[in-house]
Design a binder for this molecule. Structure first.
Ligand SMILES: Cc1ncc(COP(=O)(O)O)c(C=O)c1O
Length: 432
């Protein structure tokens, strides 16, 4: 192992493998990363589902630099700065329904943990002691104790004890849905599994149901048509709060500002992160409905919620977010998804007959190409595809075991979309 790489303990990475053959990125502009040795690598993953407007946006960099010079930091407890209030108001205008109360965090993980704490505080304010969460198998909500527990990826929990009490809905990936284009037509009834969870645990014990709109990290799992509506209806039937995690799907990934518009279903609390600043400065938020907010803040006129972060609404993040929202609006970035999502879908499904491909899933600018795992070495094929794409083809894709995820910056053009999938198909065909 290269000694000077030793000190940095990398997250979610096979450290020894990486350090033996590092995939380093040194700069970025538009659709491309540039490696330290000068190779331009086409980014088919928006960094990590973050850089929706592409890289190196001068407007965003300028706003961050100006803000750093004007005021580097302001405490968020007992003090405020105008930009955070302006941003909250702007986000409230963009979110669906009456999701109008924005609690800033610094990541998606913190956003989910905050959303879960808001649910608990809401029940507390009504004199109820509900403590059980309902997540979903294969869900990913970051790595805080709340998100880890409600998430449904066993590897993310196995080293860390019991976490927060949580039970799980079944995931929505079934063999009869394979190679669906967009939303699978079958499977909405999987949302009815909530009925048996309620029968077993009692609605009066359940704090909230927490799911991603479209699970990304576990490999782009597209919800069946009407599934999310049915989940909302079932929550209403049982009097349960619903939290939708839009950390990946927010800010245009599916073609609308939020998936709330795409699927016409509004939760009680939603979470955002990543695309809110185009990935340029860490920021997230839990955004709550009027009812939740009112119930928590209508007590005595003192600190209403004993929760927060030193960097909540950080000036640099707020400046980055304001500039990012300007770019999205002024360049109609999300319209590009709507114009090209059919092409994106067609190109993805052209890989149907590639070697070892057992499923292709897509919606908006999200797609997964799933390979049959090698029985002797699960994950090997995914890793080989990632490495060959990166080192031999100057293409950055993402892998989750043997699932290859594609989620490019939303400013990608048609030629680049064709190139991404054609290159990926060629590489897959070389992996035995
Ligand atoms: C749906 C979802 N929620 C939460 C998170 C966690 O976000 P962060 O890594 O910023 O903590 C992620 C990260 O990929 C995510 O995909």
């Amino acid at each position: 192992m290269n000694a000077n790489l030793d000190a940095y303990w990398m997250p979610f990475t096979a450290n020894r493998q990486f350090k033996n053959n590092p995939r380093m990125l040194a700069s970025a502009e538009g659709m491309y990363y540039v490696t330290p040795d000068g190779r331009r690598v086409l980014d088919a993953t928006s960094g990590l589902w973050c850089c929706n407007a592409g890289h190196g946006r001068k407007e965003i960099a300028g706003a961050i630099a100006r803000q750093a010079a004007e005021m580097d930091y302001a405490p968020s407890y007992q003090m405020g700065h105008p930009l955070a209030f302006e941003l909250a108001e702007r986000l409230a205008e963009l979110t669906p329904g009456d999701l109008n109360h924005v609690f800033f965090t610094n990541s998606g993980s913190e956003a989910i943990d905050t959303a879960m704490k808001l649910a608990l505080a809401y029940h507390h304010s009504r004199g109820e002691a509900r403590g059980l969460f309902v997540g979903r198998e294969k869900g990913y909500h970051g790595t805080g104790f709340g998100g880890m527990s409600v998430g449904g990826m066993p590897n993310n929990k196995k080293q860390f004890g019991k976490g927060v009490p949580a039970v799980h809905l079944p995931h929505t990936m079934r063999p009869d849905m394979r190679f669906s284009r967009g939303l699978p037509d079958q499977g909405a009834e999987l949302a009815d599994a909530l009925d048996s969870i309620v029968a077993e645990h009692g609605a009066e014990n359940i704090a909230a149901v927490v799911v991603e709109r479209v699970p990304g990290s576990a490999g782009v799992i597209i919800p069946p048509r009407n599934y999310l509506r049915r989940l909302r209806d079932n929550c209403d039937k049982h009097g349960l709060l619903l939290i939708f995690d839009e950390v990946i799907t927010g800010f245009g990934r599916l073609g609308s500002t939020f998936a709330g518009y795409e699927f016409d279903v509004v939760p009680d609390i939603m979470t955002i992160a990543k695309g809110v600043t185009n990935g340029a400065v860490p920021m997230g938020a839990a955004i709550a409905s009027g009812q939740i907010h009112y119930s928590i803040v209508s007590g005595p006129d003192q600190i209403e919620l004993f929760h927060g972060y030193t960097y909540s609404g950080h000036p640099l993040a707020a400046a980055a977010a304001m500039a990012t929202l300007d770019v999205y609006r002024d360049e109609a970035v999300f319209d590009n998804v709507r114009s090209l999502r059919d092409t994106f879908e067609d190109c993805a499904h052209e890989l149907t007959n590639c070697r070892n491909v057992i499923d292709i899933r897509n919606y908006g600018f999200m797609a997964a190409v799933e390979l049959a795992p090698d029985a002797e070495a699960p994950g090997r094929r995914g890793m080989e595809v990632l490495n060959k794409c990166f080192f031999d083809e100057d293409l950055m894709v993402r892998m989750s075991a043997d699932i290859i995820a594609i989620a490019p910056p939303l400013v990608i053009n048609e030629e680049q979309i064709r190139h991404v999938f054609k290159t990926l198909g060629n590489v897959i065909n070389t992996v035995d």
